[in-house]
Design a protein around this ligand. Structure first.
Ligand SMILES: [Zn+2]
Length: 262
């Protein structure tokens, strides 16, 4: 686990060796309060994050889970008892899909306290901001990749914490259980692309980028979706790992089957 390091004033990011998963900490709440987004991913890594926060006299005041996948809904006792928010559709999916998420965590990062795993609080109706007393944290919710997937935008620093999108190492991974996986992904991508003033991009997996890199990844993901919608295979430099090629093949097969049925 890399250490938490400041990417812009008041925003700390650490990156796990497992899937290059990022953890984001926003500081500036009262009394050292901090907002913890997608703390990840192994048991020792969460303990190390808690220890680094304690050493820096930062106290988790709230958590946020970008989406209901096992590696984004983790927590540990040392982080304290605070509300861990997510969009209402994400919370509903985490409840309905709890058994599958537990299988995921038992395989991917065993040893977590399952009593704390995936215990999320739905943002209020129309919840477009995370309720905490630190810097404004706007929520951009859509259904790309997972139901109720939400990016967090910090207008004060122009930081977009994108969840599992806009990665430099992963292709767009669609929610194939959804109604219209490609359409939902496009809508999500358009919402992120429309966020004004992005200067720092933090993907859920991969490396942090600047404004130009944000635009480059929006274009790369849009181009991937265009090729996918046409039923075309291959052609994305991110298709280097076996598991991503498998996911890609499933997505191509899904789209081709949909086209054949029309
Ligand atoms: Zn995910």
């Amino acid at each position: 686990m890399g250490r938490l390091s400041e990417i812009t004033p008041g925003v700390l990011v650490a990156t796990s060796e497992l899937y290059s998963t990022t953890t984001t900490v926003v500081t500036g709440g009262s009394g050292g309060g901090s907002l913890l987004i997608d703390p990840a991913v192994t048991v020792p890594e969460l303990a190390a994050i808690a220890a680094q926060l304690a050493a820096a006299r930062l106290v988790p005041q709230a958590g946020f889970a970008t989406h209901p996948h096992w590696d984004h809904v983790l927590w540990c006792r040392e982080l304290g008892v605070v509300p861990r928010y997510a969009a209402p559709r994400a919370v509903a999916a985490a409840v309905a899909g709890r058994d599958a998420m537990i299988s995921g965590v038992l395989q991917g990062a065993p040893g977590h306290d399952l009593g704390l795993f995936g215990r999320l609080t739905a943002l209020g109706p129309g919840g477009a901001v995370i309720p905490w007393d630190g810097p404004a944290a706007r929520v951009v919710t859509h259904d790309a990749h997972a139901p109720g997937h939400s990016a967090v935008f910090l207008p004060g620093t122009g930081t977009l914490v994108a969840g599992d999108m806009l990665s430099d190492i992963e292709i767009p991974l669609l929610d194939l259980a959804g109604h219209d996986p490609v359409g939902d992904y496009r809508t999500g991508l358009e919402r992120l692309a429309a966020v004004p003033g992005v200067r720092h991009l933090v993907p859920g997996h991969g490396t942090v980028g600047d404004a130009a890199e944000f635009r480059r990844r929006v274009a790369a993901d849009a181009a991937y979706l265009d090729r996918l919608a046409r039923g075309e295979d291959g052609g994305d430099p991110r298709l280097s790992l076996e598991w991503l090629r498998r996911e890609h093949e499933q997505q191509v097969a899904h789209v081709r089957a949909g086209r054949a049925a029309r």
